[in-house]
Write a protein that binds this ligand. Structure first.
Ligand code: PMP
Length: 395
C-alpha cells in the first residue's frame, strides 16, 4: 500500500475529503511536496509556524534540550529549566497581572484550564462565550463553542454556558454576578476574521470588571505577532484576567498555556490539591523550542512589518471583481468570495500555482491567508499574482 492508501485506511480522519497533500520537508515559508513541487505556505499550519518552518534557532534549542533530558515527570513537580525560563520570559512580556503561567499541551486544554480556574476563583458556574467563537474540540471547549452544527451530535454538553453575539454591546448585560468568566477571541478567527468594533472590547472589559466575571482572552490563533502585536489584545488596550495561548507558542512543537495572576493561579494548588494536572503539559522540548521561538519573535522579527505586509496583500487584492471583502489585521486575513462555489476550484488552481491556502471553519465563503510572518515582500507579490491568475483560471 502507498502511504496515501495507508492514510485513508488506517488514520481516523475528521474530514470526508482531506487535502491529502504529501510533503517531505518544510522550511521558512516553503513546503516541499513529495511530487517534487515547492509550495508557498499561506496557512502556517493554522497560525502555528509564525516564525517560519524549522527556524534554525528552534532546531538548535530542541537539539540542545535533547542532549539533556526528554522527559522527567508530570507537570509542576520538578523544577525544569526550559519551563521556568519560558514562564519568566512570558511574564516579562505581558502586562502586570499576567505573571503566572500554567503549561498544558494544546489550545483546547488551555481553555479547559482557564475555565476551571475561573470557576474555582469566583465560586460561580456560568460561562459566557460568543456565537461564532471557536475554542477547541474537547467537551469543555466544545460546550462554549459558538456553532450549533459542531455541537449537536455531542449533547449533552456541560451545562451553565450561555452564548451572546459578538460586537453587540446591548447583549453585554447578560454578563452578571453569576458569571464566572467570559471567553472571547479579540478577532473571531473561524467565523471568518470578524474584527471587534471600536470600543467593543473595552465595553466587554468594563462589564466583566463591574460584575466580577473574569475576562478570558483566547489568543491561540491571534497571538505571537500574527496581527502585528505580540499579543493581539495590545491593539485595543484591554488586559484579560486570564490569557490563553497555544499554536505558535511552541514554535512548531505542541504547547499551550493559560496565564493569570499568581494570586488567582495559587487557587489551583488547594481545595482540591491536584485538581488540574497534566502528564506532558509544558514538555521540556516544547518549552525549549518555545523559548527560542519567542526570542526570534521579539529580537529579530519586526512586528511593525507584519502590519505593512498585511496591507500589501490587501491593496493588491481588494479591487478584484471576485472578492466581496477582505477582513484582516496584520497577516491574519479573510478573503470573502462573491461566489462561494469558487472555493474548491480556487483551492485547486492555487495548488497548481504552488500556493497552499485554507478556509475558515464557519465561513466556507472566506479563504484564509495567514503566511509565516517572515514572508518577504517579493513572496507576497508572487502570492498575489498567483491568486489573481488562479481566479482567472476558475470557471
Ligand atoms: N482557540 C482558538 C481560537 C483556536 O483557533 C483553536 C484551534 N484552531 C483552539 C482554541 C484549540 O486549539 P487546539 O487545536 O490546540 O486544541
Amino acid at each position: 500500500m502507498t502511504e496515501r492508501e495507508l492514510f485513508y485506511r488506517y488514520l481516523g480522519l475528521p474530514a470526508r475529503q482531506p487535502l491529502g497533500l504529501e510533503f517531505d520537508k518544510a522550511e521558512g515559508v516553503w513546503l516541499y511536496g513529495r511530487n517534487g513541487k515547492k509550495y508557498l505556505d499561506l496557512v502556517s499550519g493554522v497560525s502555528v509556524s509564525n516564525i517560519g518552518h524549522r527556524h534554525p534557532a528552534v532546531i538548535s534549542a530542541i537539539e540542545e534540550q535533547l542532549g539533556k533530558y526528554l522527559y522527567l515527570t508530570v507537570y509542576g513537580e520538578y523544577i525544569q529549566s526550559p519551563q521556568v525560563r519560558l514562564a519568566k520570559m512570558l511574564a516579562d512580556l505581558l502586562p502586570p497581572g499576567l505573571d503566572s503561567v500554567y503549561f498544558v499541551n494544546s489550545g483546547s486544554e488551555a481553555i479547559e484550564g482557564a475555565v476551571k480556574l475561573a470557576k474555582r476563583v469566583t465560586g460561580r458556574t456560568e460561562v459566557i462565550s460568543f456565537h461564532g467563537g471557536y475554542h477547541g474540540s474537547t467537551q469543555g471547549a466544545l460546550s462554549i463553542l459558538g456553532n450549533e452544527v459542531l455541537k449537536n451530535a455531542f449533547r449533552p454538553l456541560i451545562p451553565g454556558n450561555r452564548l451572546i453575539r459578538f460586537n453587540r454591546p446591548d447583549e453585554l448585560d447578560r454578563i452578571t454576578e453569576k458569571t464566572a468568566c467570559v471567553v472571547a477571541e479579540t478577532i473571531q478567527a473561524e467565523a471568518g476574521i470578524i474584527l471587534p468594533d471600536a470600543g467593543y472590547l473595552s465595553s466587554l472589559r468594563n462589564r466583566c470588571s463591574e460584575t466580577g466575571a473574569l475576562l478570558v482572552i483566547d489568543d491561540v490563533q491571534m497571538g505571537f505577532g500574527r496581527t502585528g502585536k505580540l499579543f493581539s489584545f495590545g491593539h485595543w488596550d484591554v488586559v484579560p484576567d486570564i490569557l490563553v495561548l497555544a499554536k505558535a507558542l511552541g514554535g512548531g512543537m505542541p504547547l499551550g498555556a493559560f496565564i493569570s495572576s499568581a494570586d488567582r493561579m495559587n487557587a489551583l494548588s488547594h481545595d482540591p490539591e491536584l485538581g488540574h494536572i497534566t502528564t506532558f503539559g509544558g514538555h521540556p522540548v516544547s518549552c525549549a523550542a518555545a523559548l527560542a521561538s519567542l526570542k526570534v519573535l521579539t529580537e529579530t522579527i519586526l512586528l511593525e512589518s507584519v502590519g505593512i505586509k498585511g496591507d500589501m496583500f490587501y491593496h493588491r487584492l481588494k479591487d478584484h471583481p471576485e472578492i466581496r471583502e477582505i477582513r484582516y489585521k496584520g497577516l491574519m486575513m479573510g478573503i470573502e468570495l462573491k461566489r462561494p462555489e469558487l472555493r474548491q476550484p480556487l483551492t485547486e488552481k492555487l495548488l497548481e500555482e504552488g500556493i497552499v491556502t485554507d478556509w475558515y471553519l464557519f465561513r466556507p465563503d472566506t479563504f484564509r491567508i495567514a503566511p509565516p510572518l517572515v514572508i518577504s515582500r517579493e513572496e507576497i507579490e508572487q502570492a498575489c499574482e498567483a491568486i489573481i491568475r488562479a481566479f482567472s483560471g476558475c470557471p
